[in-house]
Design a protein around this ligand. Sequence first.
Ligand code: ADP
Ligand code: MG
Length: 273
Amino acid sequence: SMEDAAVTAGAADAVDTAGAGDLMVRAENIHKSFGRLEVLKGIDLEVRPGEVMCVIGPSGSGKSTFLRCINHLEKIDGGRLWVAGHLVGYREKNGKLYELRDREVSAQRREIGMVFQRFNLFPHMTTLENIMEAPVRVKREPKAQVRERALKLMDRVGLADKVDSYPAQLSGGQQQRVAIARALAMEPKLMLFDEPTSALDPELVGEVLEVMKQLALDGMTMVVVTHEIGFAREVGDSLVFMDGGVVVEKGPPREVLANPQHPRTQDFLSKVL
Ligand code: ADP
Ligand code: MG
C-alpha cells in the first residue's frame, strides 16, 4: 500500500500534534540548512491569534527562510513547527508521526496567505480574475460566491473601480493591494508578508501599509518582515530582531526600538533609524 513509513522512532515521543494550544504559530528550535549553509540555527517563536508580529534584521539573517518554513515552501531540518493548530508536515496516528502527502500539505497551506515583495499577479487575468482564481480552482467554490467575496475584497483594499483592470494597468502599490486581496480570498487564518513594500516607489508605500494596518485592526494574525520601522512601532504587537539565523531580541515594538538590549540590535537600529 501507499502507507507512509513512520518517522524515526523517538520523533513521536512527547509530540503532541495539537500541541500549539491556543497559539497560531509555535516554532520550537527550528533549524534549516541549505547544503552546508546553516540559515536557521534554532528559532523559538510564538504568535498568538490576532497578534501582529513584525520581524526585522539584516539581509541574509534568515527572515524569508523562516516565513517560507511556516508556509511549507521549505522543509525544516530540525525542531517543531505548529501553524493554525497543526504540526506542519505531519499527522499523528496511534501515537506515531507520519509525513503528510502532497495533497494534505496543500490543505494545510490553504490556511496561510502570503504576500511577497514582488506582486506575482497573473498578467493575463483581470484583478478580479486574479482574486477568484485560487478559491475557484483550488477550493472548488461556486464562482458566484467567490465573485461576491472578490468584489468585497477589492472594495476593502480601495480598488473597487479597478476590478476589470489588468495588472500592467495598475501602479505597484495597487498591484500589491490586489495581491493582498488575492491572499485574503482564500480566507486564511494567518497572513505572512515578506517585505511587501520593498519593491515600491516611496510614494506608494503608504497605501499598502494602510491596507495592512486595517487588516490588523480587523483582527488578522500577521507575521510581517519589514524595514518599515514606523509600521512596526504603530501596528506591531511584537517586534523580533533576527540576525545570523537566531532571534536576538523580541519584545513590544516601542521597548525594543527605544531600548534595545542587545548590541547587535542597537547596531542594526542605529543604521536604519
Ligand atoms: P533574509 O530574508 O533575512 O534576507 P534569507 O532567508 O532570504 O534571508 O536567506 C538567508 C540565507 O540563506 C542567505 O545566505 C541566502 O543566500 C540563503 N538561502 C536562502 N534560500 C536559499 C536556497 N534556496 N538555497 C541556498 N541558499 C539559500
Ligand atoms: Mg528576505
